[in-house]
Design a protein. Structure first.
Length: 269
């Protein structure tokens, strides 16, 4: 099979002309693979521009999903190739995120819906964060419970590598899709802009370009999102601490973990 791309959790291979196989790395839990498959089914029912998920499969002792093949360049790479489009593309990115958040999920009417609730997911991830004491975990989870609930569709990992630009804009990688408060979903995106590290296999020029543009992208994205959604900065800011704590449970580089821990320490003071 011809490899198209790869990330920290999976590799993507061509499957003929109109399909791809997203093959998860060894050790990635089967429950998470099934979850992404089911969330993509629900997203398709809503009419959101996301590739259709056709089937679950095993290959070379790994689990995978066969998806519709879509054409396009990630928004980040498009910004690197055409820096003069940075502001325009970032505003499109923010508007797309806001459109996702317009969908209210009444899960009782979606047969067999497995979609997780945001606060449940965040609390579990905070509890699993190895760098936090039990006392700190308890304090952050208690704070999380006080934040406003929501019933909107949230992507859970909305960043420029998960948006493809082509004849239309596509949103990919729904493994973290959930129901919750859009403000928490935006906080996640802002934290990724601020502290997120590119995968090791990303081209050096893309990594360099992202470092140079991350502050601009963050500012333009937030300004546009607030304008289109009606949320206030404080609505998003109050989610930053629990989102940062939950991020510590993920497969991320030590440098990013150090940045998140420093950020959390300042917040908790």
């Amino acid at each position: 099979m011809d490899k198209i791309s790869e990330g920290r959790t999976a590799e993507v291979f061509a499957q003929g002309q109109d399909k791809i196989l997203k093959l998860y790395r060894n050790g990635f839990p089967m429950e998470a693979v099934k979850y992404e498959y089911e969330v993509n089914r629900i997203v398709a029912l809503l009419g959101i521009p996301a590739p259709r998920a056709y089937d679950l499969m095993d290959f070379d002792h790994k689990k995978g999903i066969v998806f519709e093949r879509i054409e396009g360049s990630t928004l980040l790479r498009r910004c690197v190739q055409s820096p003069n489009e940075l502001h325009h593309l970032t505003r499109e990115f923010a508007d797309l995120h806001d459109r996702i958040h317009k969908y209210e999920l009444d899960l009782e009417h979606i047969e067999g819906s497995p979609v997780f609730h945001q606060k449940v997911v965040l609390a579990q991830n905070i509890q699993n964060a190895p760098h936090l004491s039990e006392e700190v975990k308890e304090a952050i989870i208690d704070y999380l419970k006080s934040l406003p609930d929501g019933n909107r569709l949230c992507h859970g990992d909305f960043h420029p590598e998960n948006v493809l630009i082509g004849e239309r804009n596509w949103v990919i990688d729904w493994m973290t899709g959930m129901i919750g408060n859009p403000a928490g979903d935006v906080a996640r995106t802002l934290l990724l802009f601020r502290f997120g590290m590119m995968p090791d296999e990303a081209p050096h020029r893309v990594k360099e370009a992202f470092e140079q543009m991350r502050e601009t992208i963050s500012e333009v994205y937030l300004e546009q999102y607030l304008s289109s959604s009606g949320l206030q900065r404080n609505d998003i800011d109050e989610w930053m601490l629990p989102i940062a704590a939950a991020r510590l449970s993920e497969w991320i580089p030590d440098e990013e973990k150090d940045h998140l821990l420093n950020f959390m320490e300042k917040r908790m003071k």
